[in-house]
Design a binder for this molecule. Structure first.
Ligand code: CMC
Length: 428
């Protein structure tokens, strides 16, 4: 017999057998639970979607209790050790690791799409000199929809693949232009001889030299960080990507919305917030006082805690190792000691232990980015570049899924009942 959940409605005494499939009941099955014929039917109330699966996905698996993260079944530790970002992006998007020929073609295709339309430079020139690069990034990504009007054909598989190529290839160029704009340096065109991250470093940091040579340790470290950030199933920004995409908007518009969601300090803006927090703490001696403030509820320990991970975030573990390799090249980030002391105290403290708060991916990533020479406000942009692969994979999966429709949550209305309009001169 199939698994069922039996619900007895105390109001009517009626019994309902609701099927359980893949550990879930269908919310629409609750609709048939009605006390009277004009009853709308039972709904669930789930603010922030803490216990609601909105899709079935084959892309990313997380076991938050055990600290496991798999992309298409492959453990994040193995991908970080042996794969590259472009190969991982292919895996996330197309379900399997590429053959050598597929990887070569994919790499070539991406490389050929890195240039931006010259009008994009003019658009970026219009931003204030001190505009936040994440604001420039999400605006510019959205503006690409005006250049690629063919992107509206979201049900055309070949068309979707073309937009996917364009977006993955162009986001590092947009990010680099945003950075160069913010420091008043000329934009640097892509160098097709370099790797994905090598070229990104070139577009960011090239000065007057004829050919930019990326440091191989930093190039690889950035690639590993990109692998770690490539997807993370149904988080806030991915849900936005799916939500906007469900109205059949083009992927540039949807991705601009996803990037806006990532910008917030509770999500991809956390790496920036961690660095600002470490700066504010200033010295190891101030750590206990800061922890006291956090426990008193007047501050948050940024880079700690996660909606899904209730043990150590596996990405944070890998990042800690990457940090050691980067610091050997760049020198040690002076804030590292404060971060280590915060982690040491927090992992022993009852407040954090009882709430199962551990370092997340953002706790150490900012320290690496800063040591590599990135200004703090570039950190969320560095998160958005690799997450573009995940957003697009989730968008593509959503469009193929016959269960999906335009996203449209319900509400519990708690406002005023129907009442008559009061003319302005009668309102006192
Ligand atoms: N510092 C102090 N207390 C915290 C923290 C924190 N970082 N995170 C959660 N808590 C407390 C919270 O106050 C609550 O305590 P109580 O039960 O006494 O009210 C309890 O832990 C549960 O917290 P919550 O806010 O209900 O948990 P959530 O699942 O809604 O929030 C989170 C998850 C990531 C938004 C949150 O942990 C947080 O704000 N962390 C800091 C920001 C951060 O590092 N974000 C990056 C997340 S990982 C990268 C990404 O996906 O973008």
């Amino acid at each position: 017999m199939a698994d069922t959940l039996t619900i007895i409605d105390n109001r009517t005494g009626q019994q309902y057998d609701i099927p359980i499939e893949q550990g879930t009941i269908r919310a629409m099955d609750l609709r048939k639970i009605r006390a009277s014929p004009d009853d709308f039917g039972l709904m669930t109330y789930d603010p922030a979607f803490q216990n609601t699966a909105a899709c079935r996905s084959r892309i990313t698996f997380i076991d938050g209790d055990k600290g496991i993260l798999l992309y298409r079944g492959y453990p994040i530790e193995q991908l970080a050790e042996q794969s590259t970002f472009l190969e991982t992006a292919y895996l996330i998007l197309f379900d399997e690791l590429p053959t050598k020929a597929q990887l070569d073609q994919w790499t070539l295709d991406i490389t050929l799409h890195t240039m931006l339309h010259e009008n994009i430079k003019k658009l970026m020139d219009g931003f204030q000199y001190d505009a936040h690069p994440m604001g420039i990034f999400l605006t510019t990504v959205g503006a690409l929809s005006t250049i690629y009007s063919d992107a509206k054909r979201v049900h055309d598989e070949d068309g979707r693949r073309l937009q996917i190529l364009r977006l993955i290839a162009k986001v590092p160029s947009i990010a680099a232009y945003a950075y160069r704009h913010s420091i008043g340096r000329p934009y640097i065109y892509p160098d097709n001889d370099l790797s994905f991250t090598g070229n990104f470093l070139n577009m960011l940091f090239k000065m007057t030299e004829l050919k930019y040579q990326p440091n191989p340790v930093l190039e690889r470290a950035l690639d590993v960080l990109f692998i770690l950030h490539a997807d993370h199933e149904q988080n806030c920004s991915t849900s936005v990507m799916r939500g906007i995409g469900s109205s059949q908007a083009d992927p540039y518009s949807a991705l601009a919305g996803a990037a806006a969601a990532l910008y917030g300090p509770l999500h991809g803006g956390a790496n920036e917030a961690v660095l600002r927090m470490l700066k504010e703490i200033g010295t190891i001696a101030n750590v206990p006082a800061f922890i006291k403030k956090v426990k008193g509820g007047s501050d948050r320990l940024m880079g700690f805690g996660h909606r899904v991970y209730k043990s150590y975030d596996p990405r944070a573990r890998i990042i800690k190792q990457t940090a050691d390799q980067v610091f050997e090249v760049t020198g040690r980030n002076p804030y590292l000691d404060i971060a280590l002391e915060l982690e040491r105290i927090a992992l022993e403290d009852e407040y954090f232990v009882s709430r199962r708060l551990y370092p997340n991916v953002d706790f150490y990533s900012g320290l690496i980015y800063q040591a590599m020479g990135f200004p703090v406000d570039m950190f969320p942009v560095l998160f958005a570049i690799p997450r573009t692969a995940g957003w697009l994979a989730q968008w593509d999966e959503m469009l193929r899924d016959p269960d999906q429709k335009i996203a449209r949550p319900r509400q519990i209305y708690i406002g005023a009942g129907a009442r008559d309009y009061v003319p302005r001169d009668k309102r006192g």
